[in-house]
Design a protein around this ligand. Structure first.
Ligand code: GLA
Length: 727
């Protein structure tokens, strides 16, 4: 981050503007010395007009970081029990600094209680062009005695609108990101997680909030927010007696009162938000741009296609079979072979999910040549080699657990309960942090050719007791996540260029703090392409295509290989199947589709996403990606299960240059087989007999106002269309 420390103003100011190119958040210090939110909305021509806090009724003032026990009767940002047992905290403005940065500005505001030694610093990074604000708080104990904090919001935002519509993304294994919208009424709606490690298994740490009207794709004001925290989180939405809304993103304070020692600072996670005036489509593009430029690991870099063996072999493989699969990877034309679960453990070999986790040594009986033989075989096959790990976990049937039973969370005085037959290692403990770091470090130190990790985390924290924390059990959840970040930071520091996939029993961990360390994440174990249309639609609200691993598998064989591959081609393309299940025509198709994907990667992975037709609205769905210079676009159109008596609509494109002329070409066409069994590949030339639009040229204006006849009345039909502007 480039901080230009030019116009630093540390003077007492009445107004603080936190502005992107499209949004203003205006804060004001009132006569009582406290800091209030005056405005949050579309950029104002004259910000001074929104500065008049004094004009607001005193009981309707919106304190930016309200402490508990004051005159505010709603949910506070901060609650502390001071050393003398007093529960009130009132923070007054002390100073602020605002620094221009390469991306916009960073603001630091200092608040302090006049009676108790508590200081809070509020931080705001405003990304001008991306229209994104990243905000967090730091709570500091300047006293000589510890204090307990039990509310510690990352931020608190207020809205005064006619109505509020919350879209949440509830989840479950194989049922990730179910989008559902409800109107918020008086009182509180809380979306949270208490699961600890696989924290987002039931609720994802992001939301959309339609202001005045339900969020829609290209109209209306919508707040899109996400918390960068890979653990228990909590979003509180509270409508007060006047119909105003406060939004409080935070670490979930459940069972997590934090003892803040003298001199200690408590940094909250980042809350990242965008306020779009033109619906969720624009909001997603803003967050995608921000993520690629500033947050996601290697956000501007390339991604590798891969062949994974999980669905194909599960735990049953040996060296010979893996070598065969590496050759299959090469034959498909992907960049890498990814070896999944089942390669480790000797005393308790990992033959199924009941044993071996924790013992990260290759099972000698299964793979006698170890990882060196695997990386060599991959090299011989002409592909890279990646490997699966789940380093934060342990099976009780493992040498690690036998040696260090107190490294796992278990209850000293109650029966142990298991999730997927495993236990979570206590990342509060420094030796456990070293152990987890060493899993990666040892593999890479001995095998520098390992090119990729899939890092899994299948269990929530069970048995809530740390043998390390002793009488400080309240620190378990927060300390665990901080321990994880220590490890990830060490790995990134030592191996900055190794790509990693974040996986958690499918999509049980997807947040932007973790994604500082991971280049991509696994959305779901559900790879049925029809389900994936919904799952990818949901995650694409917040994550760019290059972060979303999408694999073609054998789930839903009713869908053709073309349909399955076309769905996965909208994300970071991979495969998890055996070639034995592909006909000669299927194989030709896949090889060509991979070549097309590689050619179009710059548009799909780095272009602008336009979600055109939602699968939630009917039997068809369409999505497109447009190159930043609008010279090229790719359209993906799917017919799921249309009715016979349905009027098929055209697909209107978005984001094109109205004045440019685009030639339309269908790609990813299926080869045919002649009577003799020979595969006949479709030519690269347009074929209007197959699709009347093929080869036509239209203006961007026409394509956006009239559209293309891309849908059909057939079930499980897909079409991929490339649009190229005349130079
Ligand atoms: C989790 C992952 C899968 C696979 C298995 C291996 O369920 O989501 O992709 O890696 O673990 O046990």
């Amino acid at each position: 981050m480039l901080l230009v420390l030019a116009s630093v103003c540390a003077v007492r100011a009445q107004r603080i503007d936190i502005s992107t190119d499209k949004t203003d958040l205006i804060l004001n210090v009132a006569d009582n010395g406290r800091l209030y939110q005056s405005y949050l909305g579309e950029t104002l021509a004259d910000k001074a007009e929104a500065a008049n806090v004094a004009a607001q009724a005193v009981d309707n003032r919106w304190e930016v970081y309200p402490g508990s026990g004051g005159e505010d009767y709603y949910e506070p940002a901060l609650a502390a029990t001071h050393a003398d047992g007093n529960l009130t905290t009132i923070l007054k403005y002390v100073s602020h600094k605002q620094m221009p940065t390469a991306y916009g500005s960073e603001t630091e505001i200092t608040l302090r209680d006049e009676l108790y030694p508590v200081e809070v610093k509020l931080y705001y990074q405003a990304y001008s062009k991306e229209n994104v604000v990243k905000t967090w708080s730091v709570i500091i104990n300047n006293g000589k005695k510890p204090i307990d904090i039990w509310r510690y919001a990352s931020a608190l935002l207020y809205f005064d609108r006619a109505a509020y519509y919350l879209t949440e993304f509830s989840s479950e294994w194989a049922r990730e990101v179910r989008m559902a919208t409800q109107q918020l009424q008086f009182g509180k709606k809380i979306v949270d997680s208490k699961l600890g490690s696989r924290a987002a298994m039931h609720a994802q740490p992001f939301f959309e909030l339609g202001l005045s009207q339900p969020a829609s794709e290209s109209e209306g004001e919508v707040l899109m927010g996400t918390l960068g925290w890979t653990g228990n989180f909590q979003f509180t939405f509270e409508v007060d007696h006047l119909g105003n809304l406060r939004v409080i993103p935070a670490i979930n304070p459940y069972a997590s009162t934090w003892e803040l020692k003298p001199g200690e600072q408590f940094k909250t996670p980042d809350f990242i938000f965008t306020l779009s005036q033109n619906g969720t489509g624009e909001g997603s593009r803003s967050i995608h741009d921000w993520a690629r430029h500033y947050q996601l690991k290697d956000g501007e870099g390339d991604r590798m296609t891969l062949l994974n063996n999980w669905e194909n072999t599960y735990f049953s493989f040996d060296q010979e079979l893996l070598e065969k699969l590496m050759k299959e990877a090469q034959a498909l034309g992907v960049d890498m072979f990814l070896l999944d679960d089942g390669w480790f453990g000797n005393k308790y070999p990992r033959k199924n999910d009941r044993a071996g986790l924790g013992d990260w040594e290759v099972t000698r009986s299964k793979l006698p040549g170890g990882i060196p033989a695997l990386t060599k075989a991959a090299k011989d096959a002409g592909v890279k080699f990646g490997i699966w790990i789940e380093p934060e976990m342990v099976n009780p049937k493992s040498e690690l657990f036998e040696k260090h039973p107190d490294w796992a969370y278990t209850l000293p005085n109650r029966d142990t309960y298991y999730f997927r037959n495993q236990l979570v290692l206590d990342l509060n403990r420094p030796e456990v942090q070293d152990h987890v770091f060493n899993v990666v470090d040892t593999i890479l130190a001995n095998n520098p050719d390992v090119a990729y990790f899939k890092w899994d985390c299948n269990s929530p924290i069970t048995n809530i007791f740390s043998h390390y924390l002793k009488d400080k059990q309240q620190q378990l959840y927060i300390g665990h996540v901080r321990g994880l970040y220590n490890v990830l930071a060490r790995i990134k520091e030592k191996y900055p260029d190794v790509p990693m996939m974040l996986c958690s029993g499918g999509g049980g961990r997807c947040d932007y703090e973790a994604l500082k360390y991971f280049t991509e994440f696994w959305l779901s174990d559900n790879t049925d392409p029809v389900e994936r249309l919904y799952i990818q639609w949901g995650f694409s609200q917040f994550f760019p295509a290059k972060a979303m691993s999408a694999h073609v598998t054998d789930w839903n064989r009713k869908a053709s290989i073309k349909f399955r591959t076309d769905v996965a081609s909208m994300g970071k393309l991979g495969f998890d199947l055996g070639l034995k299940n592909l006909s000669a025509a299927d194989l030709k198709y896949v090889q060509k589709a991979i070549q097309n994907w590689n050619r179009l990667k710059p548009v799909i992975l780095d272009g602008d996403l336009y979600r055109l037709v939602s699968p939630y609205d009917g039997n068809h769905t369409a999505t497109s990606y447009v190159a930043p210079d609008q010279s090229q676009a790719v359209l993906f159109a799917f017919d799921i299960n249309p009715r016979f008596d349905e009027k098929i609509q055209k697909v209107k494109l978005q984001g094109l240059d109205p004045a440019k002329r685009y030639t339309v070409r269908e790609i990813n066409r299926m080869p045919t087989t002649d009577k003799a069994g020979n595969v006949i590949e479709p030519s690269d030339e347009p074929d209007p007999k197959q699709w009347a639009e093929d080869g036509k040229t239209y203006s961007g204006d026409y394509l956006m106002k009239v559209g293309l006849d891309a849908f059909t009345g057939s079930s499980l039909h897909s079409r991929v269309v490339e649009l190229n502007a005349a130079r």
